[in-house]
Write a protein that binds this ligand. Structure first.
Ligand SMILES: NC(=O)c1ccc[n+]([C@@H]2O[C@H](COP(=O)([O-])OP(=O)(O)OC[C@H]3O[C@@H](n4cnc5c(N)ncnc54)[C@H](OP(=O)(O)O)[C@@H]3O)[C@@H](O)[C@H]2O)c1
Length: 210
């Protein structure tokens, strides 16, 4: 049993992670500014902002593993490097996982990341670049971290279904036999909880897709 704290455990990605983790017997806490519309039974929901340094101290003190499912959108744009660097500095033995974007992956070894090409729509680039900076900040420190990218067609607009299967890769994007890059929220959450239970990607960038 792991004490898992999910930042943004009420959002699209975070709520799938807390659901999967609590079903597998972990002690799960979620931090968000607002209470969840549909709380998952067994999850402890704390209302607080990760912009608050006292809240960040409380988060690190209470967790074996922290997973950030925050999104750098709206008033949270431009905040992620500071928040996650601060948590990483405080984390003495606490593992920190960060959910990032597809844009930080590469199509093949040595090729530019999607975010640095026309393959990623311009509207997604600021979010993708900010999360990539988070990864670089974590890599420059000494915390135990992972940074995970979902498929291209992942997100609340395409929730999909739980299939129970997925593939993982490093920072090279996975595509299925039809050239598609897809993943449901439930299967992404399964991959993340599997990684928490049996670490394979320590201080590493990895990706998940069908
Ligand atoms: N295909 C892709 O590459 C792709 C697609 C989708 C998402 N993603 C990535 O996945 C990650 C999560 O995205 P998402 O769409 O799942 O996010 P989301 O649904 O927008 O959820 C964000 C969560 O963060 C919480 N939050 C926001 N500000 C906070 C604060 N100051 N303190 C505490 N909690 C706060 C929100 O709750 P409150 O507002 O109540 O605080 C909410 O629970 C992002 O990094 C995003 O880039 C990637």
């Amino acid at each position: 049993m792991t004490r898992l704290t999910v930042l943004g455990g009420t959002g699209y990605t975070g709520s799938a992670i807390v659901r999967e983790a609590v079903a597998r017997g972990h002690e799960v806490t979620s931090y968000s500014r607002h209470a969840p519309a549909e709380p998952v039974p067994g999850v402890t929901y704390v209302q607080g902002s990760v912009l608050d340094a006292d809240v960040r101290r409380q988060i690190v003190a209470g967790a074996d593993v922290i997973v950030s499912a925050l999104a750098p959108r709206g008033d949270m744009a431009g905040t992620q490097v500071e928040i996650l660097s601060d948590l990483a500095r405080q984390a003495k033995g606490t593992r920190i996982g960060v959910v990032g974007g597809f844009g930080s992956l590469r199509p093949e070894p040595g090729a530019p990341r999607f975010v640095d090409t026309d393959a990623l729509p311009e509207e997604y680039k600021p979010e993708s670049r900010e999360m990539l900076e988070v990864k670089e900040a974590l890599a420059a420190g000494d915390a135990d971290w992972f940074y995970v990218s979902p498929a291209a067609a992942y997100g609340s607009y395409a929730p999909g279904e739980a299939t129970g299967s997925y593939r993982t890769s490093g920072e090279i994007a996975l595509f299925d036999a039809d050239g598609k890059s897809e993943l449901s929220g439930a299967d992404f959450a399964k991959a993340i909880v599997d990684e928490i239970e049996k670490p394979q990607y320590q201080r590493a960038h990895w990706s998940v897709a069908y």
